[in-house]
Design a protein around this ligand. Sequence first.
Ligand SMILES: Cc1cc2nc3c(=O)[nH]c(=O)nc-3n(C[C@H](O)[C@H](O)[C@H](O)COP(=O)(O)OP(=O)(O)OC[C@H]3O[C@@H](n4cnc5c(N)ncnc54)[C@H](O)[C@@H]3O)c2cc1C
Length: 408
Amino acid sequence: MTQRIAEQVDVLVVGGGMVGLAFACALKDSGLHIVVIERGEPPVFESLGMDCRVSAIVLGNQQILKGLGVWEHLQHDAEAMRSMKIWDNQNPGGIRFDVDEIATGGSIPDVLGYLVQNSHLQQALKKTLLAYDNVEMLCPATIKTVEWLNDAVYIQLEDGHALSAPLIVGADGGRSWLREQADIGVYTRDYKQQGIVANVRPMLPHHGTAFQRFTASGPLAVLPMNDDLCSIVWSQFNDDVERLMGLDDIGFLEELNLTFGPVLGRIEEVGERAAFALKAQLAMHVVRPRLALIGDAAHTIHPLAGLGVNLGLRDAMVLAQEIVDAKKYGEDWGELSVLKRYMRLRMPDILSVMGSMEGLHRIFTSQFPGLPTLRGLGMKAIGNAGVIKSLLMKNSTGLSLPVPKQIS
Ligand SMILES: Cc1cc2nc3c(=O)[nH]c(=O)nc-3n(C[C@H](O)[C@H](O)[C@H](O)COP(=O)(O)OP(=O)(O)OC[C@H]3O[C@@H](n4cnc5c(N)ncnc54)[C@H](O)[C@@H]3O)c2cc1C
């Protein structure tokens, strides 16, 4: 029998992206020894001097980040989203959501959510963690092998370092290496589309409005960022992406203006562009004995409502709470019975958001005869029906979604 000599820690986290770091942050006061293993920071895609990978953080999650002490490192770079305008390019009108139309337990929030650059959120999470000795980050570090034993999981790094813990958490993104090692398959819906992202400068100020225009190929989101710049996420079928990415800036702006229309005057400048494949994906198992998947490692969705990382942040908070509770009651937090509690709490939210994104994508991309007219009528109906509109808006702000209790 081989004797394993490994450093014993309490939780191993694979992936130090937004979700993995948020999970570590949620456990910073737990007294547990957490080790985050990050293979190397992904490149920042700069466009007009800003990261062009941005996230709309819904109000519910902004409140969680505030509670964790992360928001104070981020708030100066975050742009408030005060209203949202959604419309279809085949129908005039559309829906407009304003901040004063939503009340949360009697009070009216100042904003619907915030737009943040992904790299800034990651930096803010890291800054928060600096003050905590119980959270270690190994970066760059490559895991060579992982082995699940009865009472622990054991990993060996390329540099020879060995670690073991009662639980390993996969926060290593949509193409999760850890998920693959655990032999967990995924249900996939390939949209055969990519999201073109870039920062742009329109002629007119955005006044904190997020715009979403649905076209036959999918949505074009124009999101408010600092200095009156906007960040675009333009979903297009693969052939069109190749063509659009091949255009020079003048040609690209021409097509962009044609699709978006004149709401913000002419879009005058565009920075570097990047394109990301769009897939909806759900892991066939989100937990196994001594393994839990969170964030994109567990699920990815179409970015049309900007909810991907928001779902991941909620996974991180719920799993952290279950681990803290297990510790308090003397349970082994790597046991399947504990991890299943995390899974049961998260699945309704994950499945409902995945289902809504699929439904919206189908409704807005379908050219089935008569559907564009129905869509237009639907938009008008939603625009006029206060209750439905308020429900839609609460989903967009994350205020109707289960907010995990503050980790204690
Ligand atoms: C075009 C586009 C626009 C989007 N817009 C929004 C939005 O507005 N709002 C929103 O909520 N979501 C949005 N999303 C989704 C969001 O970007 C993702 O949900 C989010 O990045 C997931 O975070 P994560 O930490 O789970 O994974 P990732 O961001 O993929 O991070 C995974 C980390 O793990 C590391 N890693 C990978 N493999 C290993 C390994 N073997 N060992 C160690 N480390 C490893 C990687 O280097 C990385 O740092 C968008 C997505 C796209 C494609």
